[in-house]
Design a binder for this molecule. Structure first.
Ligand code: NAX
Length: 326
């Protein structure tokens, strides 16, 4: 049996946490031969609820679950962590402006970035789920200067999975037939789900649908899916978000298949003329625990406009918290 790895999860007492922890502990994220130690962080008022989650984890008797540590101290939760899933974030409260939301989260993620810098493994792989995920990932990364910026990522895999299902259903196929989907940019309503490079059973997805559906159905449905779930369920996506977090980490740790790729919010190196240093969602392939941005993906004028618009939003978000960045 391999040595256990340490997986920190923040916001662990929340609804995504409840859908996520049991799957990590069962081996769905890192493989069924990889034991894990869960290091769970939440705020002090949520510690009783977190203890209840730990009791349920204990009661599952997962063979791969070596230990569960619960804390309200980021220095404890990130101690020697090999992986971190940053799920906990400040939701938008009544009367809160977008700027206030960015600032409240900047405070949380700068504390967590510093705690990761001081306590975690230097090879830690960090996924930020809590919104605004890309900018929270940027803040975390900037507060952890001793760790490579490549180790901080943001989640757009839920958008990616949503887009795969939309095109599969439209073309009467299954998600197994859909490859090379890309979400470009921010995990927000400006994200650009790209059908021009996606394939369905090897054929260009954009050839199988008309431009009207692509522009006026597919893109807005994917962009607005989170709001549609809230309207239908009375609560935001939780199981599908947890599933996407598992998919993201699994792809990163264990690799992607062949020529296929996945969407990950990663540190921009200037590829596709996206400003360097933004955490922007690109098509990525993963191997041996490393991601790379897929190069040479075709970009039409239509795509370019949408990729630039979502980059502009990310630059604005970054400028909004500039005074808080080290
Ligand atoms: P919940 O409100 O159910 O849970 C959040 C948990 O985080 C709570 O237990 C809270 O006490 C905790 N928390 C708050 N501040 C904390 C801090 N400083 N340190 C540690 N824990 C803290 O929200 P949930 O539905 O689980 O969603 C969590 C986050 O995921 C939200 O920001 C949400 O917007 C975001 N999402 C991101 C998605 C993505 O695709 N990137 C999709 C789903 C989801 O909307």
């Amino acid at each position: 049996m391999k040595q256990p790895v340490r997986v920190a999860v923040t916001g662990a007492a929340g609804q995504i946490g409840y859908a996520l922890l049991f799957r990590i502990a069962s081996g769905a994220m890192l493989g069924d031969d990889q034991p894990v130690i869960l290091q769970l962080l939440d705020i002090t008022p949520a510690l009783d609820a977190l203890q209840g989650v730990k009791m349920e984890l204990d009661d599952c008797a997962f063979p791969l679950l070596a230990d569960v540590i619960c804390s309200d101290d980021p220095n404890v939760a990130f101690k020697d962590a090999d992986y971190a899933l940053l799920v906990g974030a400040r939701p938008r409260g009544p009367g809160m402006e977008r700027k206030d939301l960015l600032e409240a989260n900047a405070a949380i993620f700068s504390v967590q970035g510093k705690a990761i810098d001081q306590n975690a493994s230097k090879n830690i792989k960090v996924l930020v789920v809590g919104n605004p995920a890309n900018t929270n990932a940027l803040i975390t990364q900037r507060n952890a200067p001793s760790i490579s910026p490549r180790n901080f990522t943001a989640m757009t895999r839920l958008d990616h999975n949503r887009a795969m299902t939309q095109i599969a259903q439209k073309t009467g196929k299954t998600v197994n037939d859909v490859t090379n989907m890309t979400i470009w940019g921010n995990h927000s309503a400006t994200q650009y789900p790209d059908l021009f490079n996606a394939k369905v059973s090897g054929e260009a997805a954009s050839d199988l649908v008309d431009q009207d559906w692509l522009e006026n159905e597919f893109i807005p449905v994917v962009q607005q899916r989170g709001a549609a779930i809230i309207k239908a369920r009375g609560a935001s996506s939780a199981a599908s978000a947890a599933n996407a977090a598992i998919d993201h980490m699994r792809s990163w740790a264990l690799g992607t298949d062949g020529d296929n790729w996945v969407s990950m919010g990663v540190y921009s190196d200037g590829s596709y003329d996206i400003p360097e240093g933004l955490i922007y969602s690109f098509p990525c392939r993963c191997k041996d625990g490393e991601w790379e941005i897929v190069q040479g993906v075709s970009v039409s004028d239509f795509s370019r406009g949408k990729m630039d618009a979502t980059a502009a939003e990310l630059s604005e978000e970054r400028d909004g918290v500039k005074h808080l960045l080290p």
